[in-house]
Structures are given as structure tokens and as C-alpha cells.
Design a protein around this ligand. Structure first.
Ligand SMILES: [Zn+2]
Length: 468
């Protein structure tokens, strides 16, 4: 079959359908959640629209309580599941065009969800349509399954899987080519330091940084009560001069000095790409005079966390041959002189250790009375072997359609729908050399990428369901 040529036949209709989907604002808005639409009307309308395409084209469809749904083709005891999502992140600021009006600029289709994940979901849908229109009868039941809360808590897909059977194997068109067959475990720990109100010549009143447990903090602030504010500010200015990659300023009000530091935020799965404002500020403060409890908090950050992205200083570092190394990113800091000192650390870990073992390691590194809790439910590492036919057949489909024989299966630090199944991976639709503009202003997918992904998915569906 010439999948590429077949995919091209659907170009106009695919772009029209993508225009229809992008026009629906399907960012989750907690304020609009109702009993009829538990995740708000936006994601539900996008799901309804996607399923309506399936009905229009003669497929069996099912909507599971406005939270998830599927488009089905073929019969067979085994189910091949393809997992996309109809929700998006909010449009946000900074667009050059209307984020809800799909806009074609020289073959780049701009719009919120064009790449994540409405475009790739449609590419998988049109692959299914090609199979059907070519009258190819798959040996498995193929279900194109759509979630509506992928960007948040996966409530939609989890509900769907409570009602409908778990597919036997599958992939998610919500990642990158050639294939993502490893996803590190993800867990956040909250480290609590014992704090009680103190007095002294110089007191750390508060220390704060970070908004979310999966983002390196861009800025950090502290308030210091001191008898010698000019000395503290002089030291701070000297520290800033020595570290040109960061910026900061000091504000003196009576005996209170507020220090602000601005670094560079980034995603917690690649913390080395940023400058953690909090660990830099603590690195400075740890060399000033404070009481023991503030000193313990600051020195822990300075000596155990600052610029250590692999947990080496805490004895946490390890790597897996195929999945790479553990990474740690301290992302939320809250110190209040009267009652609390907390740090939330986001950890991405390969197979080899459990979240419980890592927690124990953090616990041992803390001062007496310090305490570690898991701030969220851990996602264990997920890995499907290169030798599993799922991975090898997907790779064959990709290579046949692109002639790219060098790109290899990979492991990422993020979590995709691939981890829903023991035999589940992420597969496209971003090309290895394509810029990743997901979640950003001016998100786009190129028409070439859309058509190429459609051809790859059609080839893959055919390979995974042909009669042997
Ligand atoms: Zn996505």
C-alpha cells in the first residue's frame, strides 16, 4: 500500500476537521465543572465533535459519560488501543493569531491543540479511515480512545477505563517519533524541617519560591531581619556580581531586608536547563550568619541540592542502561520563621529503585526531627522492551514511511498515556527534528507532519492487525 499517497487524498478534509476541533476551547476550567459535564463543557464538546466525525464516516462510536469515548473499527478478541486526548492547555497570552481559529501560514497550521493533541489524534483517525475505505479487515478490534483531562489529572481516561476493557496493547499519538518506549517514574517528596520561632541579630523571617511541583522556580524571595542591613546587601551584591547568570535586588525597610533573585525557570524533567532561583538564593544565604534551624535548612539546600540535578550528593544517583539517569528538581520552597520549613522535590527515576526506597534515602539525609512524605502518588517507571513486537513493528512503520533509519526508541522523563497499558508506548506525532511547541503560544503542526503521521499510523495499524 502507498500510505503516503492515500493520506494525501484526505488532506483538505483533515484540515477542515482540525479547524472544527481547534475552534472548540477545550481547556479544563474547574469553574465550569457541572454534574452534566464533570470536567466542564469544553473538553466534552471536543469529544462529542471527534465522535461525530466517526459517526459521519460510518464507524461505531461510544461516549462514556462525557469523560472519554472511542471510535471503533474491526472485530477480533484482542483490542488495539490508540490513546489521544481532546482537552488542551489554556490558550494563554502571546499569540500572533486567534488560538481558536486554525491559521495556515506557509503550511504551518497554528492553533491551540494543533500539535497537542488534536492534530495527532486526527492523523490517527484518518489512518483508521484509510484502512476502512481500503476495505482492509483488521484481525484485532481497533479502538481510537480519547481522554478529556490529559493535561491535568487523567480523570477522563481513568473513568473510561473503569467502564470499558483495558486494551491488550496500544500506543498514544501524543509524543514523539520514532517511539517512546520508556517513561521514568515520577514522584514529588515534601521535606519538612523542624522550625520554631527564634530571635537573634539576624533572623531569616521567610524564604519562598516556586509555583508548581513540576517547574524549576524562576524567582525566589526572602525576608531577613538584621541589625546590619547594609552589610547583608553588600554581600548580596557581591554574590550577584559573581553569578552573572542570575539577577537580583535588595529592598531595605527599617531592619527588614527583602532579597529577590531571578534565575531561569524550566520544566522539572530537565532541571539542568534552568537556573533554580531558590537554590542560588539559599547558596548565598547559607554563608551568612543565622540561627541553627535556618542554617540547617539553608545548608541542606546549599550542600545537597544546589546544582546537583542527579542526586549525587544525597547518594540517590543511579542510572539504567536503557532509561538513563535519575533527576531531581527542588521546585517549591516555603520557610516561615514561626512554624515551618518545607521543600518539595520532584524526582524522575528509571527502573531499578522504588519510590519508597528513594523516600527512605531522603529521610536519612535530613536533620533529626526532619520528615519526608510523598507529596503525590508516585508513577512507577514504565518500560516496554525494544524486542516487543509492538515496539519493533511501530519502528518498522516509522522507518518505512520516513527512511530515517538512525533515530532510536527513547525514554523520556514525562508521563504519557503510553503508561496506561503494560504494552503501551507513545508514538509520534512530533518528528525527531521538529520543534516542540506544545503548551506554548503559537503552537502549530505542519501539513507535512500531519500527512506523514497519518501515513505512519496507517502503516502501523496495518502491521499490528494484519492476518498472519
Ligand atoms: Zn498531550
Amino acid at each position: 500500500m502507498n500510505w503516503k499517497k492515500l493520506a494525501h487524498n484526505y488532506q483538505a478534509q483533515m484540515i477542515q476537521d482540525l479547524t472544527t476541533l481547534v475552534a472548540i476551547n477545550s481547556a479544563n476550567d474547574p469553574k465550569q465543572e457541572t454534574t452534566e459535564f464533570p470536567l466542564g463543557p469544553g473538553p466534552a464538546h471536543a469529544l462529542q465533535q471527534m465522535l461525530a466525525f466517526g459517526e459521519r464516516d460510518g464507524f461505531i462510536t461510544k461516549n462514556v459519560d462525557q469523560l472519554g469515548g472511542h471510535i471503533q473499527y474491526g472485530t477480533g478478541d484482542e483490542i488495539l488501543g490508540i490513546f489521544g486526548h481532546m482537552d488542551t492547555v489554556p490558550a494563554g497570552e502571546g499569540w500572533n493569531s486567534d488560538p481558536f481559529l486554525l491559521t495556515n501560514v506557509d503550511g504551518q497550521l497554528f492553533g491551540r491543540g494543533a500539535l497537542d493533541d488534536k492534530g495527532p489524534s486526527l492523523a490517527a483517525y484518518y489512518a483508521l479511515r484509510i484502512l476502512k475505505d481500503q476495505n482492509i479487515k483488521p484481525s484485532k478490534t481497533i479502538r481510537l480512545i480519547f481522554g478529556t483531562d490529559e493535561e491535568n489529572q487523567w480523570r477522563g481516561i481513568n473513568h473510561y477505563l473503569e467502564v470499558e476493557p483495558l486494551p491488550d496493547l496500544g500506543f498514544s499519538p501524543d509524543g514523539e517519533f520514532p517511539v517512546i518506549n520508556g517513561e521514568k517514574g515520577i514522584v514529588s517528596y515534601q521535606l519538612q524541617f523542624p522550625i520554631a520561632a527564634t530571635t537573634g541579630d539576624q533572623v531569616l523571617m521567610s524564604f519562598q519560591a516556586g509555583l508548581r511541583p513540576n517547574m524549576v522556580p524562576q524567582s525566589a524571595t526572602c525576608v531577613v531581619q538584621t541589625l546590619d542591613s547594609s552589610e547583608l546587601v553588600n554581600h548580596y551584591n557581591y554574590y550577584l556580581k559573581q553569578h552573572p547568570q542570575i539577577q537580583g535586588n535588595a529592598l531595605i525597610q527599617d531592619q527588614a531586608v527583602t532579597l529577590t533573585l531571578v534565575g531561569q525557570g524550566c520544566h522539572a524533567m530537565e532541571p539542568e536547563n534552568g537556573y533554580n532561583a531558590a537554590t542560588f538564593l539559599a547558596d548565598f544565604l547559607a554563608d551568612q550568619r543565622f540561627d541553627d534551624q535556618a542554617q540547617a535548612y539553608l545548608q541542606f539546600i546549599q550542600t545537597k541540592l544546589h546544582l546537583d540535578f542527579t542526586g549525587t550528593k544525597l547518594g540517590l544517583a543511579y542510572q539504567d542502561e536503557t532509561m538513563g539517569a535519575l533527576s531531581q528538581s527542588p521546585d517549591i520552597f516555603q520557610y516561615d520563621q514561626t512554624n515551618s520549613g518545607n521543600i518539595v522535590i520532584n524526582v524522575r527515576y528509571p527502573k531499578g529503585h522504588t519510590a519508597g526506597e528513594l523516600q527512605e534515602q531522603y529521610q536519612q539525609s535530613l536533620p533529626i526531627n526532619g520528615n519526608v512524605t510523598a507529596a503525590e502518588h508516585a508513577q512507577e517507571p514504565h518500560y516496554v522492551s525494544d524486542s516487543d513486537p509492538l515496539v519493533s513493528e511501530l519502528l518498522k512503520a516509522y522507518r518505512t514511511q520516513t527512511n530515517d533509519l538512525t533515530s532510536q526508541p527513547m525514554t523520556v522523563g514525562g508521563g504519557t498515556y503510553g503508561r496506561l497499558l503494560n504494552r503501551g508506548v507513545a508514538f509520534g506525532a512530533l518528528m525527531p527534528d521538529g520543534p516542540n511547541v506544545m503548551h506554548q503560544a503559537n503552537e502549530y503542526i505542519t501539513i507535512d507532519n500531519l500527512l506523514q503521521a497519518t501515513a505512519i499510523y496507517a502503516d502501523a495499524l496495518w502491521r499490528l492487525t494484519k492476518n498472519k
